[in-house]
Design a protein around this ligand. Structure first.
Ligand SMILES: Cc1cc2nc3c(=O)[nH]c(=O)nc-3n(C[C@H](O)[C@H](O)[C@H](O)COP(=O)(O)O)c2cc1C
Length: 244
């Protein structure tokens, strides 16, 4: 029976965004290694913000009864059923997108109302299979992988809170560059390299249980000298300002 990978895409631009461009190559790699895959586009779902009543938690019914008819319970059920998980988000104000935050809040319904500690992170006992492999996909606009410091920390903490096994990250800075998948672009060969490495990361995630550190470094490596990237970044901004 093939393993089923659930990708949770928190980009507000859903299947039109750069998160999805990178994520779909990663999932292609998972399929190359024999998995079945599914993507939840959170911004296309109606998932209300948690009201904080914690009924789901204290009654142990494992579903939200405040919003029984939005898409949150089905999204949580899909998460609970998957063999492996991918958490994907753009960098938003140095953190994760609000769509992914809402989804994470609704995952609380899977927990039990006792205290538990998972690898130094305080949480609650979960009801899903523990330590399912979980990869992270993230993109950001600014050049330089150093921009992902807080993002990484948030993702690792989420993984531990929900009893997932951190199994590597695909982190792509300077995301706007990738929207020009044009052979005439001066960094086209680099963009092809990043997307190929993302596919390889998906294969490693399935085959070895984790993305190799060299693959992670290859994906996040700057595509040119920092001065060149800063100049290009400012060029994008001034082009957008002119159009507005
Ligand atoms: C509300 C908001 C906040 C953002 N904050 C950051 C940020 O802190 N650092 C950064 O490098 N990019 C930031 N970005 C840019 C996005 O990470 C970038 O455009 C990314 O490609 C968006 O992914 P998408 O194409 O899937 O929507 C932000 C974008 C938005 C809309």
């Amino acid at each position: 029976m093939p393993e089923h990978v659930l990708a949770v895409n928190g980009s507000p631009r859903a299947d039109k965004g750069i998160v999805d461009l990178v994520l779909q190559r990663f999932l292609a790699g998972c399929r190359n290694a024999g998995a079945t895959t599914e993507t939840l586009y959170l911004s296309k779902l109606n998932i209300e913000a948690c009201k904080g009543e914690l009924g789901c938690f204290f009654t142990q019914r494992k579903t939200c009864e405040v919003f029984p008819n939005d898409d949150g319970n089905a999204a949580v059920a899909a998460f609970a059923a998957a063999d492996r998980v991918v958490l994907a988000s753009p960098l938003h104000v140095y953190g994760i997108s609000s769509h992914l935050v809402r989804f994470a809040e609704r995952l609380i319904s899977l927990g039990a109302p006792e205290l538990a500690v998972n690898d130094g992170v305080w949480t609650h006992p979960g009801s899903t299979k523990p330590h399912r492999p979980c990869a992270v996909v993230g993109v950001c606009a600014f050049p330089g992988a150093h921009n992902f410091v807080l993002f990484r920390e948030i993702m690792t903490t989420l993984q531990k809170v929900f009893w997932l096994a951190p199994s590597g990250s695909v982190l792509v800075p300077m995301s706007r560059d990738l929207s020009f998948l044009d052979p005439r672009h001066p960094r086209h060969a680099e963009h092809v390299r990043i997307l190929s490495a993302s596919e390889r990361a998906g294969e490693e995630f399935m085959r070895d249980g984790a993305i190799a550190p060299e693959t992670e470094r290859e994906i996040s490596r700057p595509t040119a000298a920092m001065e060149t990237l800063i100049e290009a970044f400012e060029g994008y901004f001034s082009a957008l300002r002119t159009r507005a």
